[in-house]
Design a protein around this ligand. Structure first.
Ligand SMILES: N[C@@H](CCC(=O)N[C@@H](CS)C(=O)NCC(=O)O)C(=O)O
Length: 207
């Protein structure tokens, strides 16, 4: 049995989407970052980095959303994280791309639009916002080209890379960055969002 500690932001959602898509039996523990629960017991004692998501499994713990997604898919021996070495590397490649590039810019925009005002973290970083919008547009156009030839991000089949990426891309709704002009990205997004796993994962969050 897995236990996932998380919040409603993208890194926790990646792990929730993967756990649901795999059909895992798991418990979800909401850690309210707004109340500083990541710094108090019992959560603080479980992780050296004080961040969510955190997975508990077999009396051990794991942090970092990418590591959690890979670990769970591995334990479940799921084709969502293919056994073939090259196919697996392609999934890793796209997960890393989202962490380091497109997802990074979307998260910057989300931080500026949602987190900063919500938690009174200061004035908007206008130069940073402009830079993030520019790179996000460039990378969305690249992704749109890729998705013109495949329904999925890696290996022409659904993988944990799609769910991982989806958690970043869904931030578009609150950062005023419509994706409708990237029509293949929009179709991919809708394809994933219509899956039962997405609704199930969202239903785990406090309403
Ligand atoms: N690279 C980490 C990032 C984790 C992270 O930054 N989590 C944020 C929420 S999205 C957090 O727990 N922040 C609380 C804090 O830093 O105090 C991952 O992918 O899991």
């Amino acid at each position: 049995m897995y236990k996932l500690y998380g919040f409603f932001t993208q890194n926790s959602m990646k792990a929730l989407y993967v756990l649901e898509e795999l059909g895992c039996d798991y418990e979800f523990a909401f850690v309210d970052l707004g109340k500083g629960e990541q710094r108090s017991e019992p959560f603080a004692g479980l992780t050296p980095i004080g961040k969510v998501p955190l997975l508990q499994h077999d009396d051990d713990t794991l942090f970092e959303s990418g590591a959690i997604c890979r670990y769970v898919a591995n334990v479940e021996e799921s084709p969502l994280y293919p056994a073939n070495k090259l196919h697996r590397a392609k999934v890793d490649q796209w997960m890393d791309f989202f962490t380091c590039h497109l997802g990074r810019w979307l998260t910057k925009l989300y931080f500026e639009a949602v987190i900063k005002p919500k938690f009174s973290l200061g004035d908007p970083d206008l130069n940073g916002i402009q830079e993030a919008r520019g790179y996000a547009d460039q990378q969305f156009r690249m992704l749109d080209g890729l998705l013109a030839n495949s329904d999925w991000i890696a290996n022409d089949r659904l993988s944990i890379a799609d769910l991982f990426a989806f958690a970043y891309v869904e931030q578009y709704r609150v950062i005023d960055l419509p994706i409708a002009s990237y029509k293949n990205v929009q179709a991919w997004f809708d394809r994933i969002e219509s899956r039962k796993s997405i609704a199930n994962a969202r239903a785990r969050l406090p309403q």
